[in-house]
Write a protein that binds this ligand. Structure first.
Ligand code: FMN
Length: 364
């Protein structure tokens, strides 16, 4: 088992939902970047719980404490380590050990995997809480990419039956505006409809899923590699690490399955001496390598597993079938909180590929 991602830029994540703290170590980050603490905190707040009736009422400040790697607000090039203290745990909501297995959650698989020794409190290592340090590390990577002219934005492209407009068509101002929305969406009025959908599901003791689409602009052609380290492989590993992500499709994704080559090939063109493509069905990647067009991908996000509605399950202690109605504080929909997490892991993956390419250039 590894809690570390990457070879050129390594990110290690540690901690559990109801332990002392969660944290991350970011090793290989460039020296000399002035950290925009306010921008970092804006990203943290977008993921943080307890912001509205649309998310869990667990209330956490999510203020990262940097223990090393940043001096006077500037990165030193040495490992950046950070912790975020857990302050608002209610472990009693989870009983005194794993008993009733939550359908759709990791109570059963975590128990088997760790031979019954797992930290089960509040979902332990499987909790969305682990994404807090990931967002802090990703926010730093995003700032670094921004200094290279690369921007990363995600929106809720689907929530239950509701779908948003195509992010590929959005202008820079609209993309920037997504960051200040409770439910980042492009079409006017959709936020309110989605809000109603979430509240209706919560009222029924249920939850709702959807999809997040991410767009990256300003990427150079040439990041990634053929085969195991393809840009899709690197990003997918990170995206599937985020709890609750169930499918990832690049560009037109599953639509490739039902079309002809003539419909899905992106014709090459020359624009001001630069090679571009007329369409972008492939989502900015060919052969595992970025082609300089906007990177586009969509992730399916499950409806939150912990729901109040009665479901069938098994009691681990009694080894008998029984009913479960999950209490405690849960997000009726994780999509609004997932958007900054998707942006963060995308920035981490791109930073890793950027460093890998630089190392090839120098032949080191
Ligand atoms: C930001 C975030 C918040 C989450 N909040 C909850 C929650 O309140 N309740 C819950 O049951 N699952 C929540 N999840 C999802 C579970 O962590 C996830 O479904 C579970 O670990 C099982 O993993 P899987 O869905 O990838 O199989 C959250 C996930 C994220 C990323």
């Amino acid at each position: 088992m590894s809690s570390t991602f990457g070879r050129h830029l390594r990110v290690t994540v540690f901690g559990q939902s109801h332990g002392e703290a969660v944290g991350a170590v970011l090793d290989g980050f460039p020296a000399g970047m002035t950290v925009d603490r306010e921008a970092l905190m804006r990203m943290m707040r977008r993921r943080a719980p307890g912001q509205s009736a649309l998310t869990t009422s667990r209330s956490e400040k999510d203020e990262p404490e940097f223990l090393s790697g940043i001096l006077n607000g500037v990165t030193t090039g040495q490992p950046i380590s950070l912790i975020i203290r857990n302050e608002n745990q209610h472990s009693s909501d989870y009983g005194d050990g794993v008993d009733l297995l939550r359908p759709g959650h990791a109570d059963y698989t975590g128990h088997v995997r760790f031979f019954g020794h797992e930290d089960w409190r509040g979902g332990g290592s499987f909790s969305g809480r682990l994404t807090a340090p990931v967002v802090a590390a990703g926010a730093l990577c995003r700032q670094w990419l921004e200094s290279e002219g690369v921007t990363v934005h995600a929106h809720i492209s689907r929530l239950g039956p509701l779908t948003d407009d195509d992010i590929a068509q959005a202008d820079a101002e609209t993309l920037a505006g997504l960051e200040s929305m409770r439910l980042p969406t492009l079409r006017a009025g959709l936020e309110e409809q989605m809000e109603r959908e979430i509240l209706d599901a919560a009222k029924a003791g249920d939850s709702v899923g959807g999809a997040v689409t991410c767009r990256v602009d300003g990427l150079p052609a040439g990041l990634g590699a053929p085969f195991f380290d393809s840009a899709e492989s690197v990003l997918s590993q990170l995206l599937f690490s985020v709890p609750g992500i169930k499918a990832v499709g690049f560009g037109d994704g599953f639509a490739f399955a039902e079309k002809r080559g003539s419909e899905m090939n992106d014709a090459f063109r020359l624009r001001e001496g630069k090679i571009v493509t007329a369409t972008n069905h492939s989502g900015g990647i060919n052969g595992g390598i970025t082609n300089g067009m906007p990177l586009l991908f969509t992730c399916a996000v499950r409806p939150t597993p912990s729901i109040a509605m009665e479901q069938r399950t098994v009691s681990l202690r009694r080894m008998e079938e029984t009913g479960i109605s999950v209490r405690g504080r849960h997000d009726p929909c994780i999509l609004p909180r997932v958007c900054p997490v998707i942006e963060a892991v995308t920035a981490i993956g791109l930073a890793e590929m950027w460093k890998e390419r630089e190392s090839c250039l120098r032949g080191s």
